[in-house]
Write a protein that binds this ligand. Structure first.
Ligand code: ZN
Ligand code: ZN
Length: 449
């Protein structure tokens, strides 16, 4: 594995032995981002020796890019099949439509779209044993380079095994015409790397969790370059849109390189997952994933600032840990998670995040490493600065702007951590028995006029 961050293509399709002890590999074979790169599609189909590509799009993405893909392929002597989808959800209906319609001699699937079409193409091609390409018409989140798929099965969100796309094309001439809100959401998803990498570093200090400094450096390097260009996002500068797209691809590739979403998802994502569950329960439409992540990132930074200013009483933390009332906690999980509560309770049986002996051990380690933890928190940007950057770009940056009220924010700070088995700042604050105290401060700050 490279000791210095390299351009994205250096990580594609090569096995990299790393001093973290793991071998990193991402099976994506090529990524093209830039002006006019849609024209490279036929050359890739030929280079990878495919003959009958099957293009999947919906009515909108057909007009934006699907038709051009088909024409470019035909012009190069390749006969593509095309299918305009009637279903475009992350669900069984879409999967069924794809599986039923795919011709028997198709040897490649090409998904043209943003989230659901490209993801469902990845997932269905995996089920059909066919390779796939991704043509992005917008960059709303970091799923393009992922190796798993999220799907609604029987009304429940499930992470399904899938495979990586072989080629990602992000033509900035197309991306610049994507709805601006979508671009901003993509930027918000990237911003989340600030707090998720911090969570990984905390987990390494407190739990000795496995950690890859090279993947962290790679992600931080890309985040820095996007942050520098961020003020120009509002101008829809194609170069900046290309950087956001590349950042999202790289962040997705980091998930595949590492083999889990640790490099891309921390407390800010747990908040977004939690809000999605709540919206599902209430039957309300939530904000876009990246918008939620942007707000979550600001909230996690506020929490870090509040924690730094608090004089921690470790003995008080131990007393609070010992007085844990499991029945009361379970009731709260039912209240917050509704029909999804059982999944959370099952997860806790395995994860034991709240179990008293484990928590007491962590408090000992937190106390022993307290200065190191504070030093790590010092490296974070200021919540206020990130908020004004998001505002400048036109992104939501407060809970109220994405429909989160005070009561839901309080529940978020207490229970969003239960969505996953992953150590984050939310769990650290909880371990120290400070959630009640700090959440009151965060709610005041986040809702100040
Ligand atoms: Zn995300
Ligand atoms: Zn490594």
């Amino acid at each position: 594995m490279y000791q210095q961050p390299q351009p994205l293509e250096k990580y594609l399709g090569v096995e990299l032995d790393c001093d973290c002890g793991r071998r990193h590999y991402v099976p994506i074979r090529a990524v093209e981002i830039g002006s006019g790169v849609l024209d490279t599609l036929p050359a890739y189909v030929q280079r990878f020796a495919y003959r009958r590509p099957y293009i999947l799009c919906d009515e909108i993405t057909w007009k934006i890019a699907g038709q051009r893909c088909a024409e470019a392929l035909t012009g190069a002597g390749i006969e593509p099949y095309t299918h305009v989808l009637q279903h475009t959800g992350f669900d069984e209906a879409t999967l069924g439509e794809i599986v039923v319609s795919v011709p028997g001699d198709a040897d490649l699937m090409i998904g043209v779209g943003t989230g659901s079409i490209t993801d469902m193409t990845r997932y269905s091609s995996f089920r059909l044993g066919l390779p796939c390409f991704t043509i992005a018409t917008g960059a709303p989140m970091d799923g393009f380079a992922a190796s798993v798929g999220i799907m609604n099965v029987g009304g429940l969100k499930k992470t399904m095994p899938a495979h990586c796309t072989e080629l990602i094309i992000g033509d900035t001439d197309i991306l610049k015409n994507a709805p601006y809100r979508m671009t901003v959401a993509g930027f918000g998803d990237l911003i989340g790397k600030v707090t998720c990498l911090n969570d990984w570093k905390l987990a390494r200090i407190i739990n000795g969790e496995h950690y890859c400094a090279n993947i962290v450096a790679l992600t931080e390097n890309c985040l820095d370059s996007v942050l520098k260009k961020a003020p120009r996002i509002a101008e829809r500068d194609p170069e900046v849109l290309g950087s956001v797209m590349e950042g999202l691809v790289l962040s997705g590739a980091a998930i595949s390189l590492y083999g889990s979403s640790r490099p891309a998802s921390g407390a800010e994502h747990h908040m977004s997952h939690f809000w999605e569950v709540v919206n599902e329960e209430r039957g309300t439409q939530g904000a876009m994933h990246g918008e939620q992540v942007a707000v979550g990132t600001v909230l996690v930074l506020m929490l870090a600032e509040a924690l730094k200013k608090t004089a921690v009483d470790f003995d008080a933390a131990r007393a609070i840990a010992k007085s844990f009332d499991e029945a009361a906690w379970e009731q709260e999980i039912h209240r917050c998670y509704g029909s999804a509560a059982q999944e959370v309770l099952d997860l806790e049986k395995k994860a034991r995040k709240n179990a008293v002996p484990e928590r007491l051990e962590r408090i000992d380690r937190i106390e022993a490493h307290w200065n190191e933890i504070l030093k790590q928190l010092e490296t974070l940007p200021k919540a206020g600065e990130l908020q004004s950057l998001l505002r400048k770009v036109g992104s939501p940056c407060t809970p109220a702007e994405i429909g989160i009220d005070r009561a839901l924010l309080r529940d978020t700070l207490f229970y969003a951590k239960e969505t996953r088995d992953r150590y984050t700042l939310l769990q650290l604050v909880y371990d120290l028995g400070l959630t009640e105290k700090l959440s009151a401060q965060i709610i005041e700050r986040a809702f100040e006029p």
